[in-house]
Design a protein around this ligand. Sequence first.
Ligand code: APR
Length: 180
Amino acid sequence: MIVKLGPCRLELVQGDITQQHVDAIVNAANSRLAGGGGVDGAIHQAGGPEILRETAAKYPEGCATGNAVVSTAGNLPARFIFHAVGPIWKGGRQGEPEQLASACRACLFHAIEHHCDSIAFPAISAGAYGYPLDLAANNLIKTTMDFVRWHQKPALVRFVLFDQGTWGAFARAVEEVVPR
Ligand code: APR
């Protein structure tokens, strides 16, 4: 699915984020930047141990929930990895929506600062962190569209969804947000 937003493009694809030829990929990290399973595990596995060494040296305190930090991308085709820390779902009344939107915006700001024309996101928080899929999809799509409409950058934002169900939730979110 492709949506034009002025000079920019929003894409939804089903696939593996480690294979994306974009300037920056987003990792769904934890606040210790310690690596883990899910997309975090896949990125460190494919990118190599240099990435963990770099984040440990640059960010010994880790990264707060709702923020994102930058590293190079090791063996991956991307130039950068933005390690975003989404919220753990605790019922939705403990600031989770604001934290998810803020993690997403932090990555988009990093993209602009690092002159990235293209960025790929996974479904941050919608796996091990238990954020309900439809709510995460709506939040990430709306946050991205608002950002891109305002800043007219980055030129390409691609959401890389691992399975058909996740892709479907993001496609419904796009249908809701984009005026037809
Ligand atoms: N490419 C794209 N998406 C992927 C990939 C991949 N290679 N592998 C998994 N996913 C998807 C999952 O299917 C899910 O939809 O990424 C989404 C986010 O799931 P998680 O990786 O579990 O991320 P999150 O919910 O934010 O939990 C973060 O999990 O592994 C730990 O260290 C990580 O503690 C952190 C927590």
